[in-house]
Design a protein around this ligand. Structure first.
Ligand SMILES: [Zn+2]
Ligand SMILES: [Zn+2]
Length: 1016
C-alpha cells in the first residue's frame, strides 16, 4: 500500500485486523502466547498476598472426555475466578478429579469385556484396580488439555484426585468421627439394587429425573383363594411377576369398601353390583393360599390379609400383594406385622435355590414361566402389559430391583437442623434453589455409604465377633493395629487393604475389614477438608499425591493454618442436580468435622440441550463434542453462549446460536478494526496511562457510557449473574459502533486525536470488563490496541473508573430516540435518507436542543425545531378494557368527544375530556401527518418531517447520490481507502464540487457527461 506517511512511523502502528475473526485460530495463538509468556503464572504472582477469594472446585469425573455439558460449569468457574483476579484477589485455582467408584468401574468393565462381578474377580482385583487407574490417568490428562482449550485457568498439574491415600484417610477420619457420635450403623433393609452392577444404590444417587424411564412391564390380575371361604378369592394386581414366589401377605385399606363379584374380592366401585360388600377391616386376618406354596422357600409360610392405610385406591384392585424380600414398603410392613422375609434373588438378580423351576433364572426371564404357572393353576384373572415410569441404574441404566441386604448407613437426623440453619445463611443464585436445598435436607434419609464393589474407597470398618465395631481413622492407626500384611500395602485400595487384619480394640482378637467400598460422594464430599489441610500439623510439599494419585499430581498437603485461611469457600458452582449430590455431601462432611458449611455462596445452572431444545444423546446424533465445539465455533463463542443463558433454565446450545453470537460480537471486532485502520492512516499512537480530556459532547458521552458499562459489569459479576453482563456488553457495543463511531467518522478522517484517544480508551476499558467471559478475543484485541501497557488484558486489572454522568447519558438516549423516530417517519414517507429535507419538528424532547446539529445530520435535514407539532392530526380512541369499567355509563359521551377532537392535551400524554382526566394507558392515540408531513411518535415524544422538496434540496440529494456512487466505484476498482482520484462530474453538480471531492478523496474534478473516476 502506498503510504501517506513517513516510513519511520509505520512500525509503530497497529497491526491490521482482518475483516472477520477466525476464532479457533486466534485462540490457539493466544494459548501459545500465554504459555510462552507465563501469563497465568504472572497473574498469580501479581495477586499473591492480596485479599483472598476462595473457590473450591467440585471434581469432574476422570472417566471420559469432556462434553459440552461440562463446559457450562467450567466456563462459569473460570469467568468468576478471572473476574476476582482482575480485582486483585489471591486465589488457589485447584482443579479436582473424581477418580474411583462405580463410574470408573463400569467403563473399565466394558473396556475389558467383563459382564459380572464374578468375571471381575476372575480377572483379579489387583489387575482390575490397575486398569481403573490407567483409565483415570488417561482422562486426567485429556480433560486438563480440553479445559485449557476452553480457556480455563487452573493450577494444572497440582489437581486433587479423590483416590489419593490422603483423601481416603480424611474420609476414614470422618467415618471414625461419625462412629464416635453413634451415627454409623449397619442396616438390614430393602434397597434399590442394580442387578448388573451388583450393588445397592442410595437415595441421593438415584433421585434425579434422568434415573427414570418409561418401560413396558406385565400387568397381571391374580387370584389368591381364601382358605376358609371356598369359592372366594382376593384379586391382586402386580407389574412384577417375579415378586409373586416371595409373596407372604396381602394388604387392604381398613376403611375402604370391598365387594365380592364372580368369587373375587376387590375394591368396590360406586356403580358396581356385588354379591357382598364389606369394610377392608373385615377382611383383615383372613388366610389365603399363596400362588407358589409348593416352592421349598414357601414352606411354613402362612399367608394372611393385613391392614395398610397407604394402599393406593387409584390403581389396581385395592388389594396389594406383599413380598417383603422384594419391595421397600413391603419390607417395612414385615417389621410391623412380623411377616417372614423371603429374599428370592441373588445379587445379579437371579432366583436363589429354594425357588424350584426358577432357580438361576433372571427376574425378567422368569416372568413368562410365572404367568404360565398361574394360568395352569387357574389363578390368572387377566394378563396384559403396562407402560410406566420405572427407576433405572444411574450408572448403567439397567432397571432396578429391590433386595433386602445389609448396608452401612450414617444417621443424618442430628445433622438435619444444623444444616437447615446453615443453609439459611448461604447466598444461592438463582435464589429459588435455596429452597430446593432446604427440601432435600428436610427429606434426606440416612446416608447409605456402602457399595458391594471393588475399586473405591475401602470402608475402614472392622466388626469383631465380640460385638465391637472397630473403625480405623488413619493409615498410621492401621499400621499400629495391623496384625500383618503391611509390606504388600501399596495403596489404600482393594485387594491390598483386604490382606490386613487388625486387633480388636475391645477383646484383642483379630478383626477383618468388611468387603464393601464407599459411596463415591464420600470421596468428593471430603474435599473441603482434605485439600486444604484441615488439622494437618505440618505442611507437606507435594504431599497430597499419595497412593493411587502418586505421580499424577504435585499438589501440596497444606497445614491447618492454611485451612483456616481458605475455608469456607467464598463461592462454589455446580449444576442443579448437585444439590442432592456434591453440595449435600460436602455439607454433611464439613458440618460433622468443622461444624460449618464449606461455602458461602452458590451458583447453579441447569442442563445443556441441543439448539432445538432436545436432550443431547450420542445415539440421537445431536451431541456435540467439546473439542468439536472449540474448533468449529471457538471457545469464546462457547463461553458466550453459556454466559448469556439464564442459569435457571436449560440452554439450547449449538451452531445456530453460535453464529448469532458471532454476528453480535463482530461489532466489537469491527470497532477495534476501525480504530486500527484510521489510527494507522492518521499516524496516531496511544500512550498507556493517558485519559481522554476532550470536551466534545460525543466524547464525553462515550466516556460516561463506558463508565456505565463498567458499573453494570461489576454488578453482574458481583451477583454471579452473567446474563446481565452479556446483555450490557452487547448494548454497549451497539452504542459504540452504531452511534459513537458512525457519528464521528468525519473526525476520524480528519485525524482528530480526541476522537482517537476517546475510542481507544473506551475499547480498552470495555475489553477489561469483558475479558473474564471472552478471554481469547479480548486478549487478542488488547495486544492489537495496547502498544506500551500491560502485555495481556488479564494482567491489566479491572477498568479505570469513569464519571458516569447520568444526565449526559439520559440526554443522549433522548437524542437517539428522536433520531429513531425521525427514521421511522422517513421510512413511512418513502424518501431516502440521502435526500436532504428542510425541517424536522420535535415535540416533547426539549432537553436535547443542544444536539440539534447532530439530529439534523443524522436525519439529513437542514434545521431542527423544538416546539408543538402542528403538522399532525391526533386521533384518540378509548382503551375500552381499561376505560369501560372506569367510566361506566359516561363512556359513550367521552367516546364521542374524543372522536370529535373535543379534548385538551395535558403534560405527559394525559388528556382532559368531558371533565375527566385520562392517563396515557386509558386511550389509544394515533398521530397522522397532515398532507406534506411524515409523523412518528411514542411515549409523549413526537417528530414531524417536512417533506416539501425544492430545487436546492434536490440538487444536494443528487450530490449525495453521486458521492455514494463514486465510493462504490472506488471499492469496485480496488482502490485503497487512502488513494486519491481524478473525478469527472456532470456540470450541474459542480456547484457541490468541493464537498464531493472531499468525500471521495478526489484531487481534481473535471466536468464531463458521465460520472467517472481515475486513479490520480
Ligand atoms: Zn448398574
Ligand atoms: Zn473384639
Amino acid at each position: 500500500m502506498e503510504s501517506l506517511f513517513p516510513v519511520d512511523t509505520i512500525d509503530r502502528m497497529f497491526k491490521p485486523l482482518p475483516s472477520v475473526p477466525d476464532h479457533p485460530a486466534l485462540e490457539r495463538e493466544v494459548l501459545e502466547r500465554w504459555e510462552d509468556e507465563g501469563t497465568f503464572q504472572r497473574l498469580r504472582e501479581q495477586n499473591a498476598g492480596g485479599p483472598r477469594f476462595s473457590f473450591i472446585d467440585g471434581p469432574i469425573t476422570a472417566n471420559g472426555p469432556m462434553g459440552v455439558h461440562h463446559a457450562w460449569g467450567r466456563t462459569l468457574k473460570d469467568v468468576f475466578q478471572r473476574y476476582q483476579a482482575a480485582r486483585g484477589h489471591d486465589q488457589r485455582y485447584q482443579n479436582g478429579f473424581d477418580c474411583q467408584g462405580l463410574w470408573v468401574e463400569v467403563e473399565v468393565e466394558k473396556q475389558l469385556g467383563l459382564n459380572s462381578k464374578r468375571e471381575i474377580e476372575d480377572y483379579g482385583l489387583a489387575e482390575f484396580a490397575e486398569r481403573c487407574k490407567e483409565r483415570v490417568a488417561k482422562y486426567v490428562g485429556l480433560i486438563a488439555e480440553q479445559s485449557k482449550r476452553l480457556g480455563m485457568w487452573m493450577d494444572w498439574g497440582n489437581d486433587y484426585l479423590t483416590f489419593s491415600d490422603t483423601n481416603i484417610e480424611y474420609i476414614w477420619r470422618f467415618l471414625k468421627e461419625c462412629h464416635r457420635r453413634g451415627w454409623l450403623y449397619k442396616g438390614h433393609r430393602s434397597t434399590q439394587w442394580c442387578p448388573r452392577c451388583g450393588t445397592s444404590l442410595s437415595q441421593h444417587e438415584q433421585a434425579g429425573e434422568e434415573n427414570y424411564r418409561e418401560l413396558e412391564h406385565p400387568s397381571l390380575y391374580v387370584r389368591f383363594p381364601l382358605g376358609d371361604r371356598p369359592g372366594e378369592s382376593l384379586v391382586i394386581w402386580t407389574t412384577t411377576p417375579w415378586t409373586l414366589p416371595a409373596n407372604v401377605a396381602a394388604a387392604v385399606k381398613p376403611d375402604a369398601e370391598y365387594g365380592l363379584r364372580d368369587g373375587g374380592w376387590r375394591l368396590a366401585s360406586e356403580d358396581g353390583e356385588y354379591d357382598n360388600v364389606v369394610q377392608g377391616e373385615d377382611l383383615v386376618g383372613l388366610e389365603y393360599e399363596g400362588p407358589f406354596d409348593d416352592l421349598p422357600a414357601q414352606e411354613g409360610v402362612t399367608h394372611r390379609v393385613i391392614p395398610w392405610d397407604e394402599v393406593a385406591l387409584d390403581e389396581g384392585t385395592g388389594i396389594v400383594h406383599i413380598a417383603p424380600g422384594a419391595g421397600a414398603e413391603d419390607f417395612e410392613l414385615s417389621r410391623v406385622h412380623g411377616l417372614p422375609v423371603l429374599a428370592p434373588i441373588d445379587e445379579s438378580g437371579r432366583f436363589l435355590p429354594g425357588y424350584g423351576p426358577f432357580e438361576g433364572v433372571s427376574t425378567d426371564g422368569a416372568a413368562k414361566a410365572i404367568v404360565e404357572a398361574l394360568d395352569e393353576r387357574g389363578l390368572l384373572v387377566e394378563a396384559g402389559t403396562i407402560v410406566h415410569r420405572y427407576p433405572i441404574c444411574w450408572r448403567c441404566k439397567t432397571p432396578l430391583l429391590f433386595r433386602v441386604v445389609d448396608d452401612w448407613f450414617i444417621s443424618c437426623d442430628e445433622l438435619r437442623q444444623p444444616l437447615l440453619d446453615a443453609n439459611d445463611e448461604v447466598a444461592w443464585t438463582p435464589p429459588q434453589y435455596k429452597k430446593r436445598m432446604d427440601d432435600w435436607l428436610r427429606n434426606m434419609g440416612d446416608w447409605n455409604i456402602s457399595r458391594k464393589r471393588y475399586f473405591g474407597l475401602p470402608l475402614p470398618l472392622y466388626p469383631c465377633d465380640c460385638g465391637e465395631l472397630n473403625v480405623i481413622g488413619s493409615r498410621a492407626e492401621l499400621e499400629e493395629r495391623a496384625t500383618g500384611g503391611l509390606e504388600q500395602l501399596q495403596e489404600l485400595h482393594r485387594p491390598w487393604i483386604d490382606e490386613i487384619a487388625i486387633r480388636c480394640e475391645s477383646c484383642g482378637r483379630e478383626a477383618r475389614r468388611i468387603p464393601e467400598v464407599g459411596d463415591a460422594w464420600l470421596d468428593a464430599g471430603i474435599v473441603p477438608m482434605s485439600t486444604l489441610g484441615w488439622e494437618n500439623p505440618e505442611w507437606i510439599p507435594h504431599g497430597y499425591g499419595t497412593g493411587a494419585a502418586r505421580g499424577l499430581t504435585g499438589a501440596d498437603l497444606p497445614d491447618h493454618a492454611y485451612w483456616e485461611q481458605w475455608f469456607p469457600a467464598d463461592w462454589v458452582s455446580e449444576s442443579r442436580e448437585q444439590i442432592r449430590l456434591w453440595f449435600y455431601s460436602i455439607s454433611v462432611m464439613s458440618m460433622t468435622l468443622a461444624g460449618r458449611l464449606p461455602y458461602r455462596a452458590v451458583l447453579t445452572y441447569e442442563r445443556v440441550h441441543d439448539e432445538h431444545g432436545r436432550e443431547m444423546h450420542k445415539s440421537t446424533g445431536n451431541a456435540i463434542e467439546a473439542n468439536e465445539a472449540f474448533e468449529r465455533m471457538g471457545a469464546d463463542i462457547v463461553r458466550w453462549q453459556f454466559c448469556a443463558q439464564n442459569p435457571s433454565q436449560n440452554i439450547n446450545f449449538g451452531y445456530g446460536p453460535a453464529d448469532e453470537v458471532k454476528r453480535r460480537l463482530l461489532k466489537l471486532w469491527l470497532s477495534a478494526g476501525y480504530l486500527v485502520t484510521f489510527g494507522n492512516i492518521g499516524g496516531w499512537e496511544p500512550e498507556w496511562g493517558t485519559r481522554p480530556t476532550s470536551s466534545h459532547a460525543l466524547d464525553r458521552w462515550l466516556m460516561a457510557r463506558t463508565g456505565e458499562l463498567v458499573v453494570e459489569a461489576e454488578s453482574a459479576y458481583e451477583r454471579y449473574w452473567t446474563p446481565a453482563l452479556t446483555t450490557a456488553f452487547e448494548a454497549y457495543i451497539e452504542d459504540l459502533s452504531n452511534w459513537y463511531i458512525r457519528r464521528s467518522r468525519r473526525r476520524f478522517w480528519d485525524g482528530d486525536t480526541d476522537a482517537f484517544l476517546t475510542l481507544w480508551w473506551a475499547l480498552v476499558q470495555a475489553l477489561r470488563a469483558v475479558a473474564p467471559v471472552l478471554p481469547f478475543l479480548s486478549d487478542h484485541l488488547w495486544r492489537t490496541l495496547v502498544l506500551d501497557g500491560p502485555d495481556s488484558v488479564h494482567l491489566a486489572g479491572w477498568p479505570e473508573e469513569a464519571d458516569v454522568d447520568g444526565s449526559l447519558l439520559e440526554e443522549m438516549a433522548e437524542v437517539r430516540r428522536v433520531v429513531e423516530l425521525g427514521r421511522q417517519a422517513r421510512s413511512q414517507s418513502g424518501i431516502k435518507l440521502r435526500q436532504p429535507l428542510r425541517r424536522l419538528v420535535v415535540q416533547g424532547a426539549d432537553g436535547v436542543q443542544e444536539h440539534a446539529g447532530e439530529i439534523a445530520e443524522e436525519l439529513s435535514v437542514k434545521e431542527v425545531e423544538f416546539g408543538p407539532v402542528e403538522a399532525t392530526e391526533l386521533r384518540v380512541k378509548p382503551n375500552l378494557p381499561v376505560l369501560g369499567p372506569k367510566l361506566g355509563k359516561e363512556l359513550g359521551a367521552v367516546r364521542s368527544a374524543l372522536e370529535a377532537g373535543d379534548f385538551e392535551e395535558l403534560e405527559g400524554g394525559h388528556l382532559r375530556v368531558n371533565g375527566h382526566e385520562l392517563s396515557p394507558d386509558e386511550v389509544l392515540v394515533e398521530r397522522r401527518g397532515k398532507e406534506g408531513w411524515a409523523v412518528a411518535g411514542e411515549d409523549g415524544l413526537t417528530v414531524a418531517l417536512d417533506l416539501q422538496l425544492d430545487p436546492e434540496l434536490e440538487l444536494e440529494g443528487r450530490a449525495r447520490e453521486v458521492i455514494h456512487q463514486v465510493n462504490s466505484m472506488r471499492k469496485e476498482s480496488g482502490l485503497a481507502i487512502t488513494d486519491r482520484i481524478v473525478l469527472t462530474l456532470p456540470p450541474d453538480l459542480l456547484e457541490h464540487e468541493g464537498w464531493i471531492a472531499r468525500e471521495t478523496l478526489a484531487e481534481r474534478v473535471e466536468p464531463g457527461g458521465e460520472v467517472a473516476i481515475e486513479k490520480a
